[in-house]
Ligand binder design. Structure first.
Ligand SMILES: *Cc1c(COP(=O)(O)O)cnc(C)c1O
Length: 393
């Protein structure tokens, strides 16, 4: 064999060694031993990989692990398809569900990007959507009765950034009666704290970018649902090219190993911080559904096993006070994400909700003085001291 051919050819691999850790399969395609094998894999008669946009051993392994976590304790088979981001998980599942003339119903206080996606992308493509208060089940039922074209109920609980909770079981019961499909964004809770499938939800999506990955170094998403619905979703993933990449899937797997430990600490720190903030005279309101005084405490208790790491609070003196507070923090970082191991703070009206109309923000409690906190897993004393410095004059 000549020099240039050796350059091109695949190095001898070591299929006899078994890695302890899931390897990153950085290969766009997969070879067949015989043409007959290829045909069987292409036709779906045999399991195997063809091309990484269709599926890849690293991505599929992590997707399946996420499905196992979401469906923990449930009968039946579930799929987990990883996507290039949380947004692509949402757009992939919605594209697969929305038929011409179909309508969607959702809440006003969604993740900002999701509101924009539904309004701009799906709105421009002719899908009409209703944004209503889904915590009012009578209101939801009225809409479903009046608009039989509604075929998808899309929601988040707890919602961003005011942590309102929706009754998953109640919504799913109405969905069944009115022949709708339900999709839930479970990013804030992770399956460790809340398992929407167990309450009758059809599809769960995540931005794995947040708690599931947990270390702020990957962007990806996942769609989980019943095995019988895999193909319907997968067609859209494959054809729109919204697949995850092996490296990000691998990072998510690393994060998942400590998910339970992290969520315990995120939750206990957030509970302590919420109690601390509730005592501060500068704070007019604390949104944390672990507080007995929170209007959604009972709903949260019914469907979450702990209350998670997200909270928000309102500075009595409004926007100026909020900005001053945030600039005075040293340990907590100003960053527009959540779910990392360190504490992150955000001012929704000037960042995540900048493109959401003011009336819609106000109707959902997103005021100028509102600060959102993604509480990290630091030692609580250090965290409290940092917040104390935020209140210093
Ligand atoms: C971040 C986030 C998304 C979008 O996820 P990306 O990974 O940024 O695309 C969707 N929903 C919620 C609740 C989020 O926090």
């Amino acid at each position: 064999m000549k020099f240039s051919t050796i350059c091109v050819k695949q190095p001898k691999d070591h299929l006899t060694t078994k890695p302890h850790q899931l390897p990153i399969y950085a290969s766009s395609s997969f070879v067949f031993d015989k043409i007959e094998d290829g045909i069987e894999i292409f036709t779906g008669d045999k399991k195997g990989h063809v091309y990484s946009r269709y599926g890849n051993p690293t991505i599929d392994a992590v997707g399946q692990k996420l499905a196992e976590l979401e469906s923990f304790g449930l009968e039946g088979e579930y799929f987990g398809l990883m996507t290039s981001s949380g947004m692509s998980a949402i757009s992939t599942v919605l594209s697969s569900l929305l038929r011409p003339g179909a309508k969607l119903i959702t809440q006003g206080n969604l993740y900002g990007g999701t509101t924009e996606l539904i309004k701009k992308v799906y709105g421009n493509a002719g899908t009409e959507s209703y944004f209503v208060d889904l915590s009012d089940l009578n209101l939801l039922e009225n809409y479903l009765k009046k608009h039989p074209e509604i075929s998808v109920i899309y929601f988040e609980t707890p919602s961003n950034p005011t942590l309102d909770c929706l009754d998953i079981q109640g919504i799913c019961a109405l969905a069944k009666t009115y022949d709708c499909v339900t999709v839930v964004d479970n990013t804030f809770c992770t399956p460790y704290l809340q398992k929407p499938l167990s309450f009758g939800v059809d599809y769960v999506i995540h931005s794995t970018t947040k708690y599931l990955s947990g270390h702020g170094n990957s962007i990806a998403g996942v769609i989980v649902g019943k095995e019988e619905n895999r193909n319907g979703v997968w067609q859209y993933l494959k054809l729109n090219g919204t697949n995850c990449n092996p490296f990000d899937a691998w990072l998510v797997n690393n994060g998942l190993k400590t998910l339970a430990l992290r969520m315990d600490k995120h939750s206990s720190n957030a509970m302590s911080l919420a109690r601390y903030l509730s005592q501060k005279p500068e704070v007019s309101k604390v949104n944390y559904n672990g507080l007995e005084t929170h209007p959604f405490h009972e709903v949260a208790k019914k469907q979450m096993c702990q209350f998670g790491g997200m909270l928000s609070f309102e500075m009595k003196e409004g926007k100026e006070a909020a900005i001053k507070f945030m600039n005075q923090l040293k340990l907590s970082t100003l960053a527009p994400t959540l779910g990392d191991v360190d504490t992150l703070i955000l001012h929704p009206v000037t960042s995540s909700h900048l493109n959401v109309p003011k009336e819609m923000c106000l109707a959902n409690g997103i005021t100028d003085g509102l600060i959102r906190v993604s509480v990290g897993i630091e030692d609580f004393e250090d965290l409290k001291n940092d917040f104390e410095s935020g209140f210093a004059i």
